[in-house]
Design a protein around this ligand. Structure first.
Ligand code: HEC
Ligand code: HEC
Length: 341
């Protein structure tokens, strides 16, 4: 297999087959054996600079949108600090992406298809999970042991996403000071900062558009998502750095909202159907369910055998009064994780 030179990579992309581009190429190994074999996961992590990642993530968005952009940024940085096997993943360099953006209007140059690009607009524009944490989580899963990724890193990153006002101050500042990498910004303004209260692209974008007055197809909305991609890449690196030092909680303490914690005392993944364990997940419950409207109707809960269970009058009230907090529930999440998926 012919190894793609860094310079010729973008030019060649248009004529090479997708299969060649997607195949991971490691120079020495490929030439020696004509066969590429990558080591098993995890591939490892070495500390990165969050602020460089905020800028790389933003640049990545301009090339590959949210999910592809976050993944590209993190791998691009790890190619420098860790090297192989990240270097075996075929993707354009930072300079090549900037060149591409400079010459985009003139035609000719193309960027190859990117890893995690499918995550755009909440997976294929379907509005589910925001692509930025999706792409970042995918990198976490390549870099560090899955147990840590599943229990500690991903829930924390998603909770950060739900609670942060995006774009962050730093992101807005980089745009205003022209410190971001793209040669021309979609918008150079400080953009309105909105807490989405949801990890869903649909809710996050919708909330932002409603509060900011910008349309979902506006340049400003797109720029906002670029800045979020940077913000998420930066937080990912902060968490991975802290995780290496064993002080993850100092970066972002994991705690669900009081309301969600209360709901989850009954509605979490478990075996006791009757008590409410017929759901799973930890998304902010109140972003969809109105606390005043639930548990009001007649109880139509059925068992697996189709038997009605009867009225659970006051069940929710008891749970709420117990006031079990976010920390208890966070540890409960870990317990759930030990069950079969
Ligand atoms: C993105 C929106 C959304 C979020 C966030 C969400 N839910 Fe739901 N939930 C729904 C929808 C839609 C349904 C199905 C219609 C219904 O029963 O309201 C549902 C159903 C349920 C049901 C009833 C199950 C059934 O089969 O009728 C429970 C219980 C529930 N959710 C609890 C929770 C809890 C607890 C949380 C927080 C950990 C939560 N939900 C977060 C949208 C959401
Ligand atoms: C004390 C346990 C308990 C707590 C706490 C609790 N639920 Fe429930 N919930 C149940 C049970 C049991 C059912 C099924 C029987 C019923 O409908 O009352 C249920 C039913 C539901 C349903 C479907 C039926 C309906 O009435 O809409 C939704 C949605 C729901 N819960 C959401 C929530 C949310 C959101 C919270 C947190 C604000 C919450 N629950 C807190 C036990 C609980």
């Amino acid at each position: 297999m012919k190894t793609l030179g860094r310079r010729t990579f973008i030019k060649g992309a248009a004529i090479l087959s997708g299969a060649t581009l997607c195949g991971a190429v490691n120079t020495q190994k490929a030439e020696a054996s004509q066969q590429v074999e990558l080591p098993p996961l995890p591939w490892g992590y070495a500390k990165l600079d969050p602020e460089e990642l905020r800028k790389l993530g933003h640049l990545g968005y301009y090339a590959f949108e949210c999910a592809g952009g976050a993944f590209w940024a993190l791998v691009t940085a790890l190619k420098e600090t860790v090297g192989y096997p990240y270097t075996a993943l075929a993707m354009p360099t930072k300079e090549e992406v900037i060149d591409y953006l400079k010459n985009k209007k003139k035609g000719g140059a193309h960027l190859p298809q990117a890893f995690m690009q499918y995550g755009v607009g909440g997976v294929g524009n379907y509005g589910t999970l925001c692509g930025a944490p999706n792409g970042a989580a995918s990198l976490m899963n390549i870099a560090v042991p899955f147990k840590e990724v599943k229990k500690e890193l991903i829930p924390r990153l998603l909770r950060y996403y739900e609670t942060e006002g995006f774009p962050t101050d730093l992101s807005n500042q980089y745009a205003v000071n022209k410190e971001f990498y793209p040669p021309k910004y979609k918008s150079g303004k400080a953009l309105p900062q909105v807490v989405g209260d949801s990890v869903l692209c649909h809710v996050s974008v919708g909330t932002w558009c409603e509060k900011s007055g910008y349309a979902s197809g506006s340049k400003e909305r797109s720029e906002r998502c670029g800045r979020i991609t940077g913000d998420i890449a930066a937080m990912t690196v902060k968490m991975l750095n802290a995780s290496m030092d064993g002080n993850l909680a100092t970066v972002f303490p994991m705690s669900l909202s009081q309301e969600t914690a209360e709901c989850r005392t009954c509605h979490s993944k478990g075996k006791e159907y009757e008590t409410g364990q017929f759901t799973r997940g930890a998304m902010e419950c109140g972003s969809c369910h109105d606390e005043d409207l639930i548990h009001k109707g007649e109880n139509k809960l059925n068992t697996a055998y189709g038997v009605e269970i009867g009225t659970w009058a006051g069940a929710a009230v008891i749970g709420t009064a117990a006031g079990i907090g976010g920390h208890a529930v966070a540890s409960r999440m870990n317990k759930e994780d030990n069950d079969e998926e």
